[in-house]
Write a protein that binds this ligand. Structure first.
Ligand SMILES: [Mg+2]
Length: 276
C-alpha cells in the first residue's frame, strides 16, 4: 500500500493549536489557517472521527465503482475513434471527469479551439452516453473492496453516508456493483436535471446529499477522484475533502481542493468510539 501523504502544507503552529487539526478556511473573506476538524493522521492511514463528522458523501465513478475507466473509454471512442481527435488520460481528467456530459464535451472541444452549436455538442455527448451504456452492459462493473470496507465501518460507527454522481446511470451502476439501497441519500444526474442543479465543480449536488443526510457541510466529508469534484468539495465548505488518486494525479487533486489524498479508501479508517 502506498503511504498516505499529507497534501495540505502545514501552517505555522497556532497558539494552543493541535498539531494535527489544521485546515485552510474556505469561508468567504477568511483565507487563514484555523482550527478545524481535519482527521488525525496515524501511520499511513486517515482516521475519521465519528464525533467530528456526521456524514460522508461519496462520488460514484472511480470512488465507489470502477466506472471512471468505462467513461474514459467511451469518451475516447467518441473523440479519438470517431472524430480523429487524440484524447489522452490527461484530457479526461482535465476537461471531462466528474462533469455532466454536455459540460465535459463542450470543455474538451473548447480546449481544442472548437466551438460547436449546442445541438451538435449534445449529439456528441449523447453518443458517448450510448457507448458508456454499451460498455457497462457488456463488461459490468465492480465496487472497490476498500470502499465497501469503509462503508461497513461507517455503518458500524453510525455515520451516515450518501452518494453523488454526475451520471444518469447511477442506479444501473449501483445495481451492477451490488450496492442498491446501500446509501442513505443518492443525488445523481437525473436528480440534478430534475432540480436544475449545476454540475461539478459547483457544490450543489454535494450540498443536497448532505442536506438529505441531515448533516451540516462542515461536519460532512466529501470523497472524490475528479479535479472538478474536489473543487466542488472545497467550494461547498465541507469539513474534509478526501481525494482518491488511482491515476497518479495526487498533486493536482491537492491543488484543486483535496485536503488529503489516498490511493485507495482502504487507507481510510473510522475511529472506534466506545458506546456511551
Ligand atoms: Mg469520479
Amino acid at each position: 500500500m502506498r503511504a498516505f501523504r499529507t497534501v495540505v502544507p502545514r501552517p505555522p503552529a497556532l497558539q494552543g493549536g493541535r498539531r494535527t487539526g489544521v485546515a485552510w478556511s474556505n469561508e468567504p473573506g477568511r483565507g487563514q489557517w484555523e482550527h478545524s476538524t481535519r482527521p488525525t493522521v496515524r501511520g499511513d492511514t486517515v482516521e475519521l472521527d465519528p464525533e467530528r463528522y456526521d456524514a460522508v458523501v461519496f462520488d460514484l465513478d472511480g470512488v465507489v465503482t470502477d466506472t471512471a475507466s468505462v467513461h474514459r473509454a467511451a469518451w475516447r471512442r467518441l473523440f479519438a475513434g470517431e472524430l480523429g481527435m487524440p484524447f489522452t488520460d490527461e484530457d479526461y481528467r482535465r476537461y471531462v471527469d466528474g462533469r455532466p456530459r454536455y459540460d465535459g464535451a463542450a470543455a474538451f472541444l473548447a480546449s481544442r479551439g472548437l466551438t460547436m452549436p449546442p445541438d451538435r455538442v449534445r449529439e456528441l455527448a449523447d453518443r458517448k452516453d450510448e457507448y458508456f451504456t454499451e460498455l457497462l452492459r457488456r463488461d459490468g462493473t465492480t465496487a472497490f473492496p476498500g470502499t465497501v470496507a469503509l462503508l461497513d465501518q461507517l455503518a458500524a460507527a453510525g455515520v451516515a453516508f450518501g452518494l453523488i454522481s454526475a451520471s444518469r446511470h447511477c442506479a444501473e451502476v449501483l445495481a451492477a456493483a451490488g450496492l442498491t439501497g446501500r446509501f442513505g441519500a443518492v443525488v445523481d444526474g437525473l436528480t440534478a436535471a430534475e432540480l436544475g442543479l449545476p454540475g461539478k465543480p459547483d457544490p450543489a449536488v454535494f450540498l443536497l446529499a448532505a442536506h438529505r443526510l441531515g448533516a451540516q457541510p462542515r461536519r460532512t466529508v466529501v470523497v472524490e477522484d475528479a479535479l472538478a469534484g474536489v473543487e466542488a468539495g472545497r467550494a461547498g465548505g465541507f469539513g474534509l475533502v478526501i481525494g482518491v488518486d488511482r491515476t497518479g494525479q495526487g498533486a493536482e487533486l491537492a491543488a484543486h481542493g483535496a485536503d488529503v489524498v489516498v490511493a485507495d479508501l482502504s487507507e481510510v479508517t473510522v475511529r472506534k468510539v466506545a458506546p456511551a
